[in-house]
Design a protein around this ligand. Structure first.
Ligand code: PGA
Ligand code: ZN
Length: 409
């Protein structure tokens, strides 16, 4: 089967911002689509998301140029290319773009094609997407890391730390894990209200976004909710500090608490959280370019916690290799649109595994109803997935797809 045509159009993501849908049609008539996610707390080393910058439409956020690139340059480059050969498809797009960060054609345009072609190839072969993506890898149902309380750039202001999540363990299935997580989520609301904090609606990833007086308060609330729900001992805590967005001039500004910390001060704070709460995973504890701080953090906390680089690595093998060599972090967050092709996404997951590192497959804060991520997580064997909370259908599309795969796996 070869690629016959590519079509693209502008759709809206879960924040009401434009993104792309791409349709790939193969020579046998098989047609499949894919939708592209978009972040808010983006790392500065991410591949470029092409936006129109036309102030007359969507405040400059339109993606009609990316749409045109799919239907023009990319279709011309890929027409006749074998759809089963994902690496060739992706490498051809990388070559045609010709820049290290895909700024010519846009990582959003390229990723849409990469995923739509993969899905079409799976359909044409009559196999589930996860099975086709897995290749020689051992597929595995991932453990979810589920957002319960949000802060940072995913809320209307308030605390600086972006995500407070739970990781279920000791459950027989994803279905059982989710049942328990939903209970914790409900108890978190009651706990927030019981302590008199204003619930300011749900945050971008579907978790609670309360107005709290400190970052630690969110941990205390989550801890209390886990106990109250009867899940104590079977639910650990993960946090995504997303520290780059409150790092300026070498310092970390926790404005809610009137504190200004250096990297060692941040590490002290996180260590005290690990001592007092069941925190087992910390993402983007420090700034995306604070390599020295990351090394010290890893030396101090690496044996007791999963230290994930998101903005630090931006799903980029060059940055990941540096982290592995220097002992900065011990796990990598994997977001397809940070790098722009499936082939490069798998390279990062495989490089992490070869180094004995863990990988967490992740959604973006701006998502769509596409469930591709669920199949990617299963196929990669990464073992962990971070989708957001258990409300809002752009999140549930992925959880529900995982439940479907679990039933049939
Ligand atoms: P983003 O947030 O999609 O806004 O970057 C997700 C994360 O930081 O993990
Ligand atoms: Zn993150």
């Amino acid at each position: 089967m070869t690629i016959k045509t590519l079509r693209a159009w502008e759709i809206l993501d879960s924040r009401g911002r434009p993104t792309l849908a791409v349709e790939a049609r193969l020579s046998d008539g098989t047609t499949a689509t894919a939708q592209v996610p978009s972040g808010a707390s983006t790392g500065k080393h991410e591949a470029l998301e092409l936006r129109d910058r036309d102030p007359a439409r969507y405040a400059g956020r339109g993606v009609l140029r990316a749409v045109a690139n799919v239907e023009g340059v990319l279709q011309a480059a890929l027409s006749g290319c074998p759809a089963e050969d994902q690496a060739t498809v992706d490498r051809r797009m990388i070559a045609v773009d010709g820049t290290p960060d895909k700024r010519n054609l846009g990582a959003n345009a390229i990723l849409g094609v990469s995923c739509a072609v993969a899905r079409a190839a799976a359909m044409a072969q009559g196999v589930p997407l996860w099975k086709r993506l897995a290749g020689d890898r051992e597929p595995r149902m991932p453990v979810p890391m589920v957002n319960i309380v949000s802060g940072g750039l995913h809320t209307l202001g308030g605390i600086e730390v972006q995500d407070f999540l739970v990781i279920p363990h000791g459950f027989d299935s994803l279905a059982d894990s989710l049942e328990a997580v939903v209970r914790v989520h409900a108890f978190a609301r009651r706990t927030i209200e019981k302590h008199g904090y204003a619930l300011t609606g749900v945050a971008d990833e579907g978790g609670w976004g309360p107005a709290l007086d400190s970052n630690e308060r969110a941990l205390a609330i989550l801890d209390e909710a886990i106990e109250a729900s009867g899940c104590g001992g079977r639910m650990s805590i993960a946090i995504d500090v997303a520290a780059s967005h409150f790092h300026r001039d070498g310092a970390y500004f926790l404005e809610t608490e009137g504190r200004r910390l250096d990297a060692a001060g941040m590490t002290d704070l996180l260590e005290s959280w690990c001592d007092r709460f069941p925190v087992i995973s910390i993402e983007d504890a420090l700034d995306e370019d604070d390599w020295a701080g990351w090394k010290q953090l890893t030396a101090r906390l690496g044996a007791r916690a999963q230290l994930i680089g998101d903005d630090l690595f931006t799903t980029n093998t060059v940055r990941l290799r540096r982290g592995i060599e220097e002992g900065a972090a011990n796990a990598v967050l994997v977001k397809m649109n940070q790098i722009g092709t499936l082939t490069e996404t798998f390279e990062v997951i495989d490089a992490a595994r070869a180094a004995g590192w863990r990988a967490v497959v992740s959604a973006r804060s701006g998502e769509t109803e596409d469930s591709f991520l669920a199949d990617l997580a299963v196929a990669s064997g990464a073992g962990q997935i971070k989708i957001g909370s258990i409300t809002r259908s752009e999140r549930l599309a992925k959880y529900n797809r995982l439940l479907e795969v679990e039933r049939g796996m």
